[in-house]
Design a protein around this ligand. Structure first.
Ligand SMILES: Cc1cc2nc3c(=O)[nH]c(=O)nc-3n(C[C@H](O)[C@H](O)[C@H](O)COP(=O)(O)OP(=O)(O)OC[C@H]3O[C@@H](n4cnc5c(N)ncnc54)[C@H](O)[C@@H]3O)c2cc1C
Length: 403
C-alpha cells in the first residue's frame, strides 16, 4: 500500500467513525448546555430508613383565610388563620395584612396567639414596625402543626373554593403571595439554608397533561387556583426528552421551586423574634373570653386549625396529610412527583407524602392525626420502585459510574 492509499484509508476509517459517533450522539436528545441536568443521586427509599411518620391538618376554609377584626370584651382581635395547604407560602403576606390592621388601631404593645408559621411572621413583622410583642401559645416549634408541613412554595394549595371565595379574593391572594415571595428572597443564601431554590421533577408513564386533567376531574369541590397571576416570578415546567434524564418513566418535566427547610427556618424565626426582645408565653385558651386576662388590648389570632375549637369556627375543615420522613442525604437536593407521591429532599429529612388518588380532596374533612405506618411504608415503596427501575437504566449506569 502506498502512502497516499494508507492515509486515505485512515481518513475514510475516521470519517466512518465520526459518522457512527454522530449517529450515536443523535440518538440521545440533548438539552441546551446551560440547561443540562446535574448528576442526580438516587434516594435510598427503604422502609427501615423511615425515621418518623407525622400527620398534620391543613386549616382549610372555603372562603379563604379569615382576616377580619372582631371585638371580644375590651379587646380587639384580628384574625389570621385558615390558610389550608398554603400557610408557609403565604405567611408573610397574610401576616402583613393582619399587622397593618393591628397597628392601625394605634397600640404599640400587641399580643399574638399562636407560634406557628402565621404567629411567628405576625410577631416579627410587628417588631419590625416598632411594636412590643408577646406570643401566647399552647405549643411552639417543633411541636406546632406548621412543623409537619412539606416545605414547598405552594401558595394556592387548598386555599379556597372558587365558588365560595369572595370576588376580590384572587387579588388579595396575589398581594399576599407577592409580599411573601419578596420576603423569602431575603432568607436565601443564609447559613444553614433555611430557604433555598431546588429542582423538581414530575415523572409519569402517562402524558403529563392527561395526569393533570384527571386530577382536576377528581376535584368535585372546585379548589381555587391562581398560579397564572404570578407567572412573572414562577419558573415554567420544561419537558425533558427521553434519554436526556436518568428517570425510567416515559414522561418527565423539570421546574425549580422554593424549599423551606422547616426545622432550621422555624428555629431562625423563633430566634429572630427572641433577639428582638419578643416573649413567648406557654398557655392554652379554652374560650375567647379568656383573652380578657391579657395585658394587651390588640391581639392577632393565629391559631390555625386550633381556631376551630377555640372560636367554634365550623368553617374550618381539616384536610389531613401524612409524611414519612427518610434519613436525609446531603447529596440529594431535588424533589420528585411520581404516582401521586410527592418527594422532597430537605436538609432535615426526605419528605415522602402520598397525595392519594383524590388530588386536593385527599384527606378532606378527616381530623385523624394518628400516623398510619402501613400507608407510610406503601408511599416509600412507590419511591423504592422508581429508583429500582432507575438503577437499571443505561443512562444511569453510563453517567453515574454505577456499573
Ligand atoms: C401534610 C401537610 C403539608 C403541608 N405542606 C405545606 C407546604 O409545603 N407549604 C405550605 O405553604 N404549606 C403547607 N402546609 C400547610 C401549612 O402547614 C399550614 O397552612 C400552616 O402550618 C398553618 O400555620 P398556622 O400558624 O396557622 O397554624 P399552626 O402551625 O397550627 O399554629 C397554631 C398555633 O396556635 C396555637 N394554638 C392553637 N390553639 C390554641 C389555643 N386554644 N390556645 C393557645 N394556643 C393555641 C398552637 O399551639 C400553635 O402555636 C401543609 C400542611 C400539611 C398538613
Amino acid at each position: 500500500m502506498n502512502r497516499r492509499n494508507f492515509l486515505g484509508g485512515i481518513a475514510a476509517l475516521s470519517l466512518q467513525g465520526c459518522a457512527r459517533k454522530a449517529r450515536t450522539v443523535a440518538k440521545i436528545p440533548s438539552l441546551p448546555p446551560y440547561d443540562a441536568l446535574p448528576r442526580l443521586m438516587p434516594i435510598r427509599a427503604e422502609v427501615d430508613r423511615i425515621f418518623r411518620v407525622t400527620v398534620c391538618l391543613r386549616p382549610f376554609r372555603a372562603a379563604g383565610p379569615r382576616l377580619e377584626l372582631e371585638r371580644v370584651g375590651d379587646k380587639t382581635v384580628i384574625h389570621n388563620y385558615g390558610h389550608g395547604g398554603s400557610g408557609w407560602s403565604l405567611s408573610w403576606g397574610s401576616s402583613s395584612i393582619a399587622v397593618e390592621k393591628a397597628l392601625g388601631l394605634g397600640e404599640r404593645d400587641i399580643a399574638v396567639i399562636g407560634c406557628g408559621a402565621l404567629g411567628l411572621t405576625s410577631g416579627i413583622l410587628l417588631q419590625r414596625a416598632g411594636a412590643k410583642v408577646t406570643i401566647y401559645a399552647k405549643e411552639r416549634p417543633p411541636e406546632v402543626r406548621s412543623a409537619r408541613a412539606t416545605g414547598s412554595w405552594t401558595p394556592d394549595s387548598r386555599i379556597a373554593l372558587t365558588n365560595s371565595a369572595p370576588l376580590d379574593f384572587a387579588a388579595l391572594w396575589e398581594k399576599m403571595c407577592r409580599y411573601s415571595f419578596h420576603t423569602y428572597e431575603s432568607y436565601l443564601g443564609m447559613a444553614g439554608n433555611p430557604v433555598e431554590w431546588t429542582d423538581r421533577y414530575t415523572l409519569s408513564d402517562q402524558p403529563l397533561h392527561e395526569m393533570k386533567a384527571s386530577r382536576l376531574r377528581d376535584d368535585t369541590l372546585g379548589f381555587a387556583h391562581y398560579q397564572d397571576r404570578i407567572q412573572d416570578f414562577t419558573p415554567r415546567s420544561r419537558d425533558l426528552p427521553p434519554g436526556s434524564h436518568p428517570f425510567p418513566t416515559r414522561y418527565a418535566q423539570r421546574t425549580s421551586s422554593l424549599t423551606f427547610n422547616i426545622a432550621g427556618y422555624s428555629r431562625q424565626l423563633v430566634n429572630d423574634f427572641l433577639v428582638e426582645g419578643g416573649k413567648i408565653v406557654k398557655i392554652e385558651f379554652h374560650s375567647p373570653t379568656e383573652l380578657n386576662q391579657l395585658a394587651q388590648n390588640v391581639i392577632i389570632n393565629a391559631t390555625g386549625y386550633g381556631a376551630r375549637a377555640l372560636w367554634k369556627d365550623e368553617s374550618i375543615v381539616p384536610v389531613r396529610g401524612q409524611i414519612a420522613w427518610l434519613i436525609p442525604q446531603p447529596e440529594v437536593n431535588y424533589g420528585v412527583l411520581y404516582k401521586n407521591v410527592n418527594i422532597l429532599a430537605r436538609r432535615d429529612g426526605i419528605v415522602v407524602q402520598d397525595g392519594g388518588k383524590l388530588g386536593d380532596m385527599e384527606g378532606y374533612n378527616d381530623a385523624n392525626e394518628v400516623p398510619d405506618r402501613a400507608a407510610a411504608e406503601s408511599a416509600v415503596g412507590v419511591v423504592e420502585e422508581l429508583y429500582g427501575r432507575m438503577n437499571r437504566s443505561k443512562w444511569w449506569r453510563a453517567r453515574s459510574g454505577h456499573v
